[in-house]
Design a protein around this ligand. Structure first.
Ligand code: SME
Length: 160
């Protein structure tokens, strides 16, 4: 489905538009992989200053690479390892302002400087995480957290 690339002055408006577009893309499609692929494409298209956006999904007790946009990435992440694995253990959104000073970060792309990881729950069970990287330090704040947690809430209504 065609998506118009609109840019807004505020993060609030940006996330309202992103989340509206997500609903339009996924609401009538019963295909989890396709929906996560389009969800990562929307993030990459509509949010500025990113170099990776995608999913790691729980598989056999670890996180496995799912649909994404960006450079090829590490395939398996143990629960507890890296920012994604920490998110899986703690079950809450992780914001890392400077990945180079973060003791528990797995580098996929050396140009990444900051990162946000949002947990994905279905019926109380962790099914994966949404991971987004930026080449700029401190790219993600509480407004991004709120907007992306809503994004994940919407997506989880339609997948799994
Ligand atoms: N940085 C992540 C690994 C995945 S890549 O960023 C795509 C982490 O520390 O878990």
């Amino acid at each position: 489905m065609h998506v118009e690339v609109k840019k807004f002055q505020t993060k609030k408006e940006t996330y309202e538009y992103l989340n509206q577009q997500l609903t339009l893309q996924v609401k009538d499609i019963q295909n989890d992989i396709a929906n996560m692929a389009n969800a990562s494409a929307l993030i990459y298209l509509l949010l500025d200053d990113l170099n990776w956006a995608g999913f790691y999904l729980m598989k056999d007790g670890a996180l496995a690479l799912g649909p994404f946009q960006g450079k090829p990435a590490v395939v398996d992440i143990a629960v507890g390892a890296g920012v994604c694995g920490t998110c899986a253990v703690e079950g809450k959104t992780q914001i890392v302002e400077d990945v180079h000073s973060c003791c528990n970060h797995i580098a996929c792309d050396i140009s990444s400087a900051s990162e946000i990881v949002i947990p994905m729950y279905k019926a109380g069970r962790l099914v994966g995480v949404l991971d987004i990287d930026s080449p700029y330090p401190a790219r993600f704040d509480q407004e991004d957290k709120a907007g992306l947690e809503t994004f994940v809430d919407i997506l989880m209504k339609y997948i799994f």
